[in-house]
Design a protein around this ligand. Structure first.
Ligand code: FES
Length: 162
């Protein structure tokens, strides 16, 4: 016997989490940024469907939401890798060969600055300064700082991050 039900599509765990967020911020002014932040925490990025739902629930035009999301660097419209690689190209790191580290990352994992590997293992970004100029050239992977790098150290270091 068929036990299919004709109920609406089951919601994902993430959608259910978002319901709590919408309930928490219902009717509040200035809710957009915190709701976007929580949505990104829940999904790992801001999927188009999630933005549509936020637009509907907060009654804010989708175009305005995209304006906000693209203005702030903290928001991401595409999935991010499990490991975030940040290579510094600030002055101190630039002078000490930061560009060679960028090249070494690309050679090691096959993606360029701003890209994410297909298996979502890595996202690679260059940044202006990581605040560790004394260790130049510097790369961070997640919360780990790796300083005084040479290009031949990069591949081995990245392999440690699953
Ligand atoms: S310039 Fe690279 S850490 Fe500051």
């Amino acid at each position: 016997m068929c036990h299919c039900s004709k109920e609406a599509e089951p919601k994902t765990k993430e959608d259910l989490e978002m319901e709590k967020v919408f309930a928490q911020y219902a009717g509040q002014k200035g809710a957009l940024i915190p709701v976007l932040q929580k949505s990104q925490d829940i999904y790992g990025y801001l999927p188009a469907e999630a933005l549509k739902e936020i637009s509907k629930r907060l009654q804010i035009p989708l175009s305005k939401i995209y304006g906000v999301v693209t203005f702030y660097a903290q928001f991401h419209l595409k999935p991010r890798g499990r490991n975030i690689i940040r290579v510094c190209l600030g002055t101190a790191c630039h002078v000490r060969g930061g560009a060679k580290i960028v090249e070494a990352v690309t050679n090691a994992i096959g993606i360029k600055d701003g890209e994410t590997t297909e298996d979502l293992r890595y996202t690679f970004e260059s940044v202006a300064c990581l605040g560790a100029c004394g260790l130049a050239p510097v790369m961070m992977v997640n919360d780990d700082t790796h300083g005084r790098l040479t290009p031949d150290m990069v591949k081995g270091l990245l392999e440690q991050y699953e």
